[in-house]
Ligand binder design. Structure first.
Ligand SMILES: *Cc1c(COP(=O)(O)O)cnc(C)c1O
Ligand code: SF4
Length: 345
């Protein structure tokens, strides 16, 4: 805990943990006993995209280690301001797809709903750094239009709650939305993509579980965890409750230089996910977002890591290595490469 005057994290609501997030680079450096020389770069990076990290996530970082893999995901750096011709504001062209408020419908059968523009954490590698959607929800009329769109398209079998982070929305809002969607006969599944339980495990309340699981729809939750160190007892407990509620748990990871771009780190993440009953789903190569170039791992190295994981892990703990390509009908798998052997010849 930061100071003795605060109540223990376990007894604090997720909303107050969220509002107490660290946003001042100097406070984060002090909290983690880091070199004050990092401050100038952190301030410069934060001027472009603010620092934001909740205390329960900070608790899992190691003190005095500027290379801590959790810290690297959230600490602003001066390098973020370097210009690179391949790194752009909107690498996926989503500004243009998002013509109807709150909806991104790019893939067959699946519709993505921007349930909340807000996130609990500002990840330095995220495209959201250039489009802070704000923390506003859609208006009632816009929600009705989004629901009408789903009602009007029989091919939509799956609705995906996305954001920002959809779990930044209230349990009441999620309960209402889920009931409305479950009342549409052709929708068969609900999927939730979220990083919130990873950074604030206290977000997994019984009200949330009731909101998501209270209808006929099977629920799949795709967590966004990038490193095994993100799993502590609180997250383990939250995950257990989600599983006990019958939610299918998957995980997606972004491959990030200096965070998880080694074989041992990726294997440890997959094994840890397996320990918690979570299946690795996707390993994404980085979107070429301006300001994130220092996280870049080249394709050859990424494919080599994927091949080596396959050689070391059961198949169901190997995520699919993919990239998002604007205009494609699905995520695009990177071509397979064998792990230094020539067994395919
Ligand atoms: C990634 C994504 C999906 C889901 O794709 P899956 O391959 O089914 O996980 C759906 N819609 C959009 C717009 C996406 O970017
Ligand atoms: S959308 Fe996901 S990756 Fe981006 S800032 Fe929010 S939690 Fe992080």
């Amino acid at each position: 805990m930061i100071h003795g005057s605060l109540a223990p994290v376990e007894s604090v609501s997720w909303q107050s943990l969220l509002s107490r997030s660290i946003t001042d680079p100097e406070q984060l450096l002090r909290r983690l006993e880091l070199d004050p020389a990092l401050l100038a770069g952190a301030r410069a990076g934060a001027a472009d995209f603010p620092l934001r990290v909740p205390e329960p996530f900070v608790e899992r970082m190691h003190k005095s280690d500027p290379n801590d893999p959790l810290l690297r995901q959230v600490l602003p750096l001066g390098e973020e301001l370097l210009e690179h011709p391949d790194y752009v504001l909107d690498p996926l062209g989503e500004q243009h797809t998002n013509t109807r408020a709150g909806i991104i419908h790019k893939y067959h059968g699946r519709l993505l709903l921007i349930v909340s523009g807000g996130c609990a954490v500002n990840c330095r590698y995220c495209f959201r750094r250039h489009f802070p959607y704000g923390d506003n929800n859609l208006s009632t009329e816009q929600w009705q239009q989004a629901l009408d769109y789903i009602r009007g398209d029989q091919s939509i079998g799956e609705v995906i709650y996305s954001g920002g982070d959809p779990l930044a929305a209230s349990d009441k809002r999620l309960a209402w939305l889920t009931r409305e969607i479950a009342a549409i006969p052709h929708v068969r599944r609900l999927r939730v993509h979220t990083r919130l339980p990873v950074v604030i495990p206290q977000r997994v309340t019984s009200e949330l579980i009731d909101a998501l699981c209270g209808t006929r729809l099977p629920v799949v939750m795709v967590l966004h965890s990038n490193h095994a160190n993100e799993f502590d007892a609180a997250l383990g407990n939250a995950v257990l409750r989600l599983r006990q509620a019958g939610i299918t748990l998957l995980n997606q990871t972004v491959l990030l230089r200096g965070v998880n771009d080694s074989l041992e780190t990726l294997i440890s993440l997959s094994e840890t996910l397996g320990d918690h009953g979570i299946l690795p789903y996707y390993l994404h190569v980085l979107d070429h977002v301006k300001g994130a170039q220092h996280f870049h791992v080249d394709d050859g190295a990424a494919m080599g890591l994927a091949a080596e994981m396959l050689a070391r892990l059961p198949g169901f703990l190997v995520p699919r290595l993919v990239r998002e390509v604007a205009g494609e009908t699905s995520k695009t798998p990177l071509p397979f490469q064998t792990a230094g052997t020539h067994r395919l010849a």
